[in-house]
Design a binder for this molecule. Sequence first.
Ligand code: PEP
Ligand code: MN
Length: 339
Amino acid sequence: MIVILKSNPNPAQLESLKKWIESKGIGIHESTGNSHQILGLVGDTSKLDMDLISALDIVDNVKRVQEPYKNANRKFHPEDTVVDVAGVTKIGGGNLTLIAGPCSVETEEQMVSVAKAVKAAGATVLRGGAFKPRTSPYAFQGLGKEGLRLLKIARQETGLPIVTEIMEIGQLDLFDDVDIIQVGARNMQNFNLLKELGAQKKPVLLKRGMSATYEEWLMSAEYVMSEGNENIILCERGIRTFETYTRNTLDLAAVPSLKKLSHFPVVIDPSHATGKADLVFPLAMAAVASGADGLMIEVHNDPAHALCDGKQSITPDAFWHIAKKTLDLKNFLNTQEGK
Ligand code: PEP
Ligand code: MN
């Protein structure tokens, strides 16, 4: 349920309304927009009398929210969420954030050279997996703690904040000094992990599960938000369909749809979505045209010898070209929209 207040509500009346709602065991998510102040009610609101609330002097309108996700809902939170990353950069709010780096951290030389190259091209966040969720237990599993150490060296060398994937709750302490914690497609519904990430403040990059609906994905974001962390970035990385030519099928409708249904920034990962280096550029452009707030792209200094996902990894030179074209396109679109 959402309660839309009249402008400049009487503070004493507002306080007593909030106390009354809370006394029924219902949480309140407050949001102040340009024109309206909104109280989003979270919990079992079935016993609340809508007519009684509507009749109050300070209340303009009361609406039931059908969707099961509340805090994640645009209706609760009309303004876009803009995620601050370590005070260095912001995701959302009209920016195009380029997140780039290898699939997995391999060596210091690889991390530092790729980080310098992607930064020079315009990336503002560095990616690299230290803990890798691999389909085969015999495939390279990532460098683990050592990978985190190498990522931090690359951050120190370039000033780029780092994003890396967590696979289980037990690893959380190791992520203290990471700037964005990534939840991979395979863990999108690891609800206990989501709750733990909600109980801390670092931004969470939540990838879409490979067969998850928008509603399931937003319910996962709701898990994080329900524990108090609003710093969520959604990442579409392709879903399973009957097509086998590409690794996954990029669902670009997710961008405008998720921006309509929720208030989070939406980032596209054309690398995992296609599994093919030559498809990264066209789909990156299409993602920007669809309104994406960012791109996550796998870049490797030597894709042919990458320990993971070499086929979809592009070279730093190719990234240079993609960064220029996508940033130009975003600027053009922003100008068209008068931003
Ligand atoms: C990744 O970004 O390295 C990754 C494993 O992606 P996904 O979870 O989307 O498969
Ligand atoms: Mn990968």
